[in-house]
Design a protein around this ligand. Structure first.
Ligand SMILES: *[C@@H]1O[C@H](CO)[C@@H](O)[C@H](O)[C@H]1NC(C)=O
Ligand SMILES: *[C@@H]1O[C@H](CO)[C@@H](O)[C@H](O)[C@H]1NC(C)=O
Length: 328
């Protein structure tokens, strides 16, 4: 008994145990950080010389020279305490980030740049956390307080979007916007949104092809209009060798819509495309830029860096293929 007491009071032993404990804390912290701050090691590679920042550096725009715009609205890492959290509580308000999407979007842009031998996509990044701002909502919903700094940031982000779109229109006459998101749905499918609901995607192929309201209501109307001599509309949504979903599915990533998963099944959750693809996509007759929302499942974003990077490689190949085939 006596000996035990002296042992636990032994300063060397206590120091040793403390060190072990600290090491364990460090390891678990490091593991946690690895999941949330990879911007240090996955950050874009210096391929882009001149990023342009909005007010307070809360938004970032990197001009490109391909007819491709990549936007990342929900991957901001900044949560300045002087900006109050959004208080809005209506049912559709989401305040959590799409984790890793900034890292994914930046690396995606790098890999596409490599594939096009230095020609690069436009990149637009929101740096504020989603508890502070949601740039993928109308300003009334995404921002609290009309005169707040976040309303300036919201406008900066959308001015960057519009500048990029005008530039692509002027230089190429057509183009593609890819809005990068992450979801937590249990199926872990990659979800591609063309602003067509699950109900519409669930119609038969012939019904989809026969109804002009379906393609003209989609965010890739302009693409279909240009290619309608050679393709049916459903080919662009889920053809094995004619759609983005088909290409990604062929890389082994379950994707909806694709030739394997033409539409979400009854109880499966599916995001069909939010504010930015609705606003900027070519479903408006006067707009010529097509827009696609890519929703990446948790399993491909978080936890395993190698798995994430393999997916980004496949996604960069698929988008580059789509761009060459339809916007070359
Ligand atoms: C924005 O970033 C630039 C370049 O990193 C820096 O020089 C500048 O001080 C920053 N501005 C603010 C308001 O943080
Ligand atoms: C990053 O830069 C290095 C050196 O220039 C290059 O070898 C590498 O391929 C680049 N990686 C990406 C993803 O751009």
């Amino acid at each position: 008994m006596k000996q035990n007491i002296t042992l636990t009071r032994n300063p060397k032993l206590i120091t040793l145990l403390s060190l072990i404990l600290l090491a364990l804390i460090y390891i678990s912290m490091f593991g946690f950080l690895d999941d949330d701050t990879p911007i240090e090691y996955e950050k874009f590679n210096g391929t882009y010389a001149n990023p342009i920042f909005g007010n307070m550096n809360y938004s970032e725009y990197i001009p490109g020279n391909l007819p491709l715009i990549i936007s990342i609205p929900h991957g901001g890492h900044l949560f300045p305490p002087e900006i109050p959290d959004r208080k809005q509580n209506h049912p559709n308000v989401v305040k959590s980030n799409d984790l890793k999407t900034q890292e994914i979007g930046r690396l995606l842009a790098d890999k596409i740049t490599l594939r096009f031998k230095g020609r690069r996509p436009y990149l637009i990044i929101n740096h504020l956390g989603r508890s502070k701002i949601d740039v993928n909502r109308p300003i009334k919903e995404g921002v609290e307080g009309k005169d707040s700094i976040t309303s300036i940031v919201w406008n900066d982000y959308h001015n960057f979007m519009q500048t990029a779109i005008k530039d692509v229109e002027a230089n190429f006459g057509h183009g593609l916007l890819v809005d990068v998101h992450g979801h937590t749905h249990p199926e872990h499918f990659v979800e591609i949104g063309y602003v067509l609901s699950a109900e519409i995607l669930s119609l038969s192929t012939s019904q989809i092809n026969a109804n002009p309201e379906i393609h003209s209501g989609s965010s890739i109307r302009a693409l279909y209009t240009r290619k309608s001599n050679n393709l049916q509309f459903a080919d662009l949504l889920y053809g094995k060798t004619t759609s983005l979903g088909g290409r990604l599915q062929s890389h082994g990533y379950d994707t909806v819509p694709s030739h394997i998963h033409q539409h979400p099944l009854g109880d499966e959750k599916y995001f069909h495309g939010g504010y930015c693809v609705q606003k900027y996509g070519s479903r408006h007759a006067e707009q010529i830029i097509d827009a696609i929302q890519i929703e990446i499942p948790t399993s491909l974003r978080i936890g395993n860096k190698e798995k994430r990077q393999n997916f980004i490689t496949a996604l960069s190949e698929s988008i580059s293929w789509f761009l060459t085939k339809y916007y070359g």
